[in-house]
Write a protein that binds this ligand. Sequence first.
Ligand code: A3P
Length: 324
Amino acid sequence: MANTTQISQTDSEDLLHSLPKEKGWIGLPLYQYQGSWCHAKGIEAALSLQNHFHACDSDVILVTTPKSGTTWLKALAFAILYRHKYTFSQNPLLTDNPHDLVPFFEFKLYANNQLPNLSDLPSPRLFATHIPYSWLPESINNSKCKIVYLCRNPRDTLVSYWHFTNKARPEALGPLSLENGLDLFCKGITGFGPFWDHALGYWNKNLERPQKVLFLKYEDLKKDIKYQLKRLAEFMGCPFTMEEEKNGVIDEISRLCSFQRLSSLEVNKSGKSIDYFENRTLFRKGEVGDWMNYLTSPMVEQLDEVMEEKLSGSGLTFDMYPQL
Ligand code: A3P
């Protein structure tokens, strides 16, 4: 773990008992570990990741906070990185959910005390995580592997998170009100949150080491996907050639990974890739500015006040409105 002490997995139960705890959004407790809120299994998996994962220089790690476009980023990175391996008509994205193609460290590979053998995976390997920068294993920090971070404006992230978690709450608990969700968000109590610490951790690393960390914004992807795909391909070390561009490869990738295309696929309408959630819950509206349909002016003020205070001086800003 970068900048932190390594803790053995056997200590994790004792550790959990010692941590501040809050009732999470879906009824499961969230624990505050080294400043970030996470469910018990996520902390255990992160500890295991720190102890066992060895990054290769050619690895690409995708990082997001929940509900900031993880599924989209996974699809885009997969389609770009492996474009010479699969034709568009036989692309695995047509039959598998992006979360099955690009596994999460904490929900899949290192979940439930599993120790995956990742050394046989062909290079370049593509992984994903929601964990904060300070929790990453040293080898990710020290190797030449690349980190791609995708962020989304806090208003849309909150609304998306609220919708999503309500689908996973046990019926007996009833739905969480948006007012309560906003309070939790503003206190920083979200999975892998606070939202602002998560974003700033990667934002600051991007400023410090731009060749190591690419910082993308959901709103920029919506605004100019072609330009952002070129940035992403170049950063991952596989830039598009002039010929690919002329042959429409970038357009094909953007179409294949679009909200309309992915959400209409059978696998994404009916399957299940992550515990608690049906694949279809990963695709709701996919728009910038949907917060306008949910947040009242006082709610926006409450959220903006916190965000302005937390992000002040960082240079990190967000587009809140769709491009006309
Ligand atoms: P909304 O709830 O605002 O619609 P994550 O993948 O991190 O869980 O984020 C989910 C959000 O990304 C949801 O936002 C979802 O609709 C949106 N999304 C999923 N696939 C997308 C895609 N291909 N393009 C744009 N947005 C997408």
